[in-house]
Design a protein around this ligand. Structure first.
Ligand code: UGA
Length: 437
């Protein structure tokens, strides 16, 4: 099939590449010339495991092209909208200008019976509104909502083998021709048994925001338990293991630490609350405010614990922060708790050095005043305290004896509770976890 993918960021670049891998002829369209040039040269413009190799592989087939020219969408029968919906500046709501602009710019290139398929995370009600916009330009075209659930760091496999496919259609009816067209796009995952759910447009939009809100709630729940464990002298990692063995609860997303960040969870719960307010249902999501504040409290807590670890004052303390990305296997620093803690420590008088295997360039753009060092060993030299804030495997694997020889004082704060505390203490380190005695 001929497919256009509009927006080539973390979502669209992966989607375009994976759709070409599934055998379709794909054009990726983005307004950012640099991004398009990189992708056209089969270079991933961001770090995502497996993406560059797949880009190179599919580009040799000639099935994948990239351009800034929207007219290239003409001739495709399926158009995916994959642009961002960031938080509005100074407000909780989502900035819909990119989705609106992408849809509007596409309109002149729609042909009869095309489908426009939204994948971006949007406030409920957007799809119905855009459906009218699409049909005003091309009455036989249909707009569907097909939310994306990929995780950064696992984006390629999440796209090629998704947990489930959700299709929102205006009628909610499974026998709509647009549903059959989208089934052809996803023929490969459907053949291998991926469940596919067809529903109305608002439900499909809500599936995505509800899923992210649930994940955020799960993380904040365990972080609230970590606060309690700290107060009671208990261990939140053992608590999570034990409650997670109940299959109704499950162990995933119960890792207590410095909290969630990234370009999705924080802004999605805020946009969800804002939208609920507009719909007169703000009480229903009042708990998400608490989820957000538990999460933001983690960052303050780590700054306080670091002060304690350093003997009561941060002034002039040389602190090494391991990790800048919002999570491992990503170079994304949007709302990264690690970076926000690093910046706060620096503001409070510490001398902060940040290292990360992939995210330093992005981090330096966002917080240019922090000191960045590429090599872990150099970053650790003469540290008065070490903070493990993004759990890259390299940091999990650090040897406490070798590391002790590099630093000035062996103190470590394990912001993700991933180190073996006994091993580090035995090697002479003053170890602090979060919610661990
Ligand atoms: C999230 C969702 O997991 C995806 O399903 C969704 O498609 C995506 O948002 C999106 O809306 O596009 P992502 O932002 O890539 O994916 O990252 P997650 O793996 O969800 O992690 C989010 C944050 O939670 C990270 O900062 C991570 O370190 C933190 N986290 C995760 C914890 O603090 N504890 C945990 O147990 C798990």
């Amino acid at each position: 099939m001929r497919i256009s993918v509009i927006g080539c960021g973390y979502l669209g670049a992966v989607h375009a590449t994976c759709m070409a891998e599934l055998g379709h002829e794909v054009v990726g369209i983005d307004v950012d010339e640099n991004k398009v040039a990189e992708l056209a040269a089969a270079r991933a413009p961001f770090f995502e495991p497996g993406l560059e190799a797949l880009l190179k592989k599919v580009q040799t087939t000639g099935r994948l092209t990239f351009t800034t020219d929207m007219s290239a969408a003409k001739g495709s029968s399926v158009h995916f909208i994959c642009v961002g919906t960031p938080q509005k500046k100074g407000e909780n709501g989502a900035d819909m200008s990119y989705v609106d602009a992408a849809t509007r710019t596409l309109l002149p290139y729609l042909s009869a019976d095309d489908i426009v398929v939204g994948k971006s995370t949007v406030p409920v009600g957007t799809a119905a509104r855009l459906h009218e916009v699409v049909q005003s330009a091309e009455p036989s075209a249909e707009l569907l909502w097909n939310p994306e659930f990929l995780r950064e760091g696992h984006a390629v496999s999440d796209t090629l083998q998704p947990d489930r496919l959700v299709y929102g259609v205006l009628s909610g009816a499974e026998d709509h021709p647009a549903v059959h067209l989208l089934d052809q796009v996803y023929a490969a995952p459907l053949e291998t048994g991926t469940p596919r759910l067809v529903m109305d447009l608002p439900t499909a939009e809500l599936v995505k925001t509800a899923a992210n809100s649930f994940l955020a709630t799960k993380i904040s729940f365990i972080n609230a338990m970590a606060e309690l464990c700290d107060a009671a002298g208990a261990d939140v990692t053992l608590l999570a293991d034990a409650i997670g063995m109940d299959s109704r609860i499950g162990r995933q997303f119960l890792n207590a630490g410095i909290g969630f960040g990234g370009g999705c969870l924080p802004k999605d719960i805020r946009a969800f609350m804002a939208r609920a307010g507009e719909l007169g249902a703000d009480q229903a999501l009042a708990f998400l405010r608490e989820v957000d504040s538990i999460n933001m409290r983690r960052r303050v807590r780590v700054v306080e614990l670091t002060r304690e670890l350093c003997g009561g004052s941060l002034l002039g303390q040389r602190i090494t922060v391991l990790g800048a990305a919002f999570k491992p296997e990503s170079d994304d620093v949007r709302d990264s708790p690690a970076l926000s803690i690093a910046a706060q420590l620096q503001l409070q008088g510490a001398v902060v050095t940040v290292t990360d295997p992939e995210a330093l360039a992005n981090a330096a753009r966002r917080f240019p005043d922090l000191n960045y060092v590429n090599s872990t060993d150099s970053a650790l030299q003469r540290a008065d305290a070490v903070l493990l804030l993004t759990e890259w495997q390299d940091y999990r694997d650090l040897d406490p004896y070798v590391t002790a020889a590099l630093v000035s004082t062996p103190r470590i704060l394990d912001g993700r509770n991933v180190l073996n505390s006994t091993k580090w203490r035995t090697a002479g380190w003053k170890y602090r976890g979060l919610g661990r005695p």
